[in-house]
Structure formats: C-alpha cells, structure tokens
Ligand binder design. Structure first.
Ligand code: AHM
Ligand code: MG
Length: 336
C-alpha cells in the first residue's frame, strides 16, 4: 500500500485554515487569504533571489536592461512584490515596510482589516554573495472601529495576531505563528507549495551557540561585556559556547529556533538603541520565539511589551533559549 503521507501533503494554507477553524469559531478566512498573499510574495522573492545570484555571478548586475533601465536592486524588487501582493489581497489597511519611509495606506476600496509590517529582504550585506537572507513579517488587526491609521501599527508586539519569516538559503522555509505555537513549512519548488516540515517548533531551553557581532565589543555596555565573557570563559563544569553569526537576522534566528542558543543585537555606545527595527524585525521574531517556548528581551524589558514611538524605531534585542536569555537579564539587573 502506498504511504498516505506522500500523497496527502499538509500545505501551509491547509494547515492555517484548519487551525483557524479549530480555534476561532467566528474566523472569516481573511487571515488565511492574507497569508496566501504573503506566501505568494515569498515564492516570488525566492525565485528572484535564485536568479539574482546567477545574474551577479555572470557580471550582469548593475547593468541596464534592454529598455536601457537600471537593473533594480533585489531589495527594491522584493518590496514591490510584497506591496503589490498585499494591496491586491484586499485584506490590508496599512503597511509598514523597511524600504519605505512612510506607512502605506491602502486605497479605501481595497482596504481590509489587517495591518502588515515587514522587512521584504533582510540581511542586505549578504544579498550579493549568495548567503542566506529572508523576509520578516508581523500582522496586527485594526483596532475596533478603525479603518486603518498609524495608531493601528504603533502598538506593542504582544498585540500582533500573526508573525513569521521566510528564509532564502539552501531551501526556503516559512516559519509562522498565529499565536498557537510555531510551525515551519518548506517550499517544494516543483509543486510551488510550502509543505509542513517542522510541526510545533520548540526551542531547546538551553543552547550551545551565541550569535552577536563581536566587532562591536569595544562599544558594549558593562552588562553585555560581562555576559559574553561568561559564555566564553564559563566556570567549571560548563563548557564555552560556540560562536555562530551569519549577519542575516532570519538565518541567525532560524538556527536559534531549531538548535537553541542566543541571538543578540545589543545597544552600544555607537548605536544607542541597537540596530534592529522594533516593528518588523524585533517584534515578529520575539513573538515567534516566545511561541516556541523561548524568551526575547531588550535586556531590561520583555521585547513584546515595548511601545514603539515611530514606525522605524530601533531596540536592542536578545532572544532564544529561555535559560540563556534569563542569564542576560540577570546581568542587566545586576548593572541597574
Ligand atoms: P538590514 O535590514 O539592513 O539588512 O539590517 C539588518 C541586519 C540583520 O539581518 C542582521 O541581524 C544585522 O543587520 C547584522 O548587522 P551587523 O552587520 O551590524 O552585524
Ligand atoms: Mg532589515
């Protein structure tokens, strides 16, 4: 008899729809449709990322196309792909993209009840050399009575209804939460569907890896300096941690989700609020990590409780295995 698991694939859409029906009796299917638009964006970007590597390797990047137009940068193309996919879904009222200075308000006739904050192509320093990059997104529902204003996105991350990221590396994996755990789906490029490959991801409660840009260590504060010293020079019987740092948040967080450990982008004397953006980098990742049993903090406060002041505000962040992040928090308490 044939193996039914090979002919009964659980696609992302099927899985999310089932989950919505089970958990939310009044679910309209709108979130599932919105996630379909995001999936389309990710598939389209994945395909462009694969082609771009080829083009740049053959020296065609930065050249003009046949109409004499400049080749668009991959991050600009990715942004256009998501803005178009989201706008035409008719499920979105407000969008915030890392690539756009201002929030985008969808025309009234196409407005839906969700707001999407996203970084269309994160890991810009890795784009041109074929190292893993990714898309990050978070979703809010507009507030009761609102048709979509800036206040619908300037909210703590704890109010997000869904979040996720998609990796563009040796394979494309979408990792997502709608607030009931975290699941990972890998893109089968032959059939063009994200297939459930990582059900119910749980971050190990302690890891063996730390990820941080050590090149900034001369700018760190005392808590940070002491914490990283403690992972490299632990007291017996603990063993030192291994360093892992891709420099693409999606890749570094994905490894942390699967293997455990800690990912950090601290504030320092050069970047007083760190580097990463609260709305579309820190919040979605913090939501995912907490849903997988881990922790995410600014050092002094739960990441998801932060109130962003503006759409591109930044924050320091430490996330990953619960026990590892608790240690960072203890160092910050000690330096208070
Ligand atoms: P980007 O949005 O310009 O790509 O910057 C965000 C990226 C993250 O993916 C990554 O964690 C971080 O910047 C790396 O920064 P650094 O090169 O300072 O270590
Ligand atoms: Mg980014």
């Amino acid at each position: 008899m044939s193996d039914p698991s090979k002919t009964n694939l659980i696609t992302l859409t099927r899985h999310v729809f089932q989950d919505q029906v089970e958990h939310y009796k009044e679910a309209s299917g709108d979130l599932t449709l919105l996630l379909t638009a995001i999936q389309l964006g990710c598939k389209f970007v994945a395909s462009n990322v694969r082609k771009a590597s080829l083009i740049s390797m053959t020296g065609l990047a930065n050249s003009s196309n046949v109409q004499g137009e400049e080749q668009k940068k991959l991050d600009v193309i990715a942004n256009e792909i998501f803005v178009n996919a989201l706008r035409s879904s008719n499920k979105v009222a407000v969008m915030v993209s890392e690539e756009d200075e201002e929030a985008i308000f969808v025309e009234t006739q196409h407005r839906g009840k969700y707001c999407v904050v996203f970084d269309p192509l994160d890991g810009s320093s890795n784009i041109d050399c074929g190292v893993s990059i990714g898309t990050i997104f978070g979703i809010y529902k507009v507030k009761e009575g609102s048709t979509g204003q800036i206040s619908d996105v300037l909210r703590p991350g704890s109010e997000m209804v869904a979040a996720g990221y998609c990796t563009y590396g040796s394979c494309s994996t979408m990792v997502m939460t709608t607030g009931k755990g975290v699941n990972g789906y890998t893109l089968d490029t032959e059939i063009g569907e994200f297939i459930l490959t990582h059900p119910d991801i749980q971050i190990p409660s302690r890891g063996k890896f730390y990820a941080v840009n050590e090149g900034n260590s001369m700018y760190w504060d005392a808590a940070c300096t002491k914490y990283f010293h403690s992972v490299k020079f632990p007291q017996e019987p603990k063993k030192p941690y291994s360093a892992r740092y891709v420099g693409s948040m999606v890749a570094d967080v994905h490894r942390t989700m699967l293997y455990g450990g800690i990912f950090c982008y601290p504030a320092d004397s050069k970047s007083k609020n760190g580097k990463l953006r609260i709305l579309y980098e820190c919040f979605p990742m913090a939501f995912l990590v907490e849903q997988a049993g881990g922790r995410a903090t600014t050092g002094r406060k739960r990441m998801l409780d932060v109130q962003p002041e503006s759409i591109h505000s930044r924050s320091p962040i430490f996330l990953g295995s619960k026990e590892d992040v608790e240690e960072v928090e203890a160092f910050y308490r000690a330096e208070a």
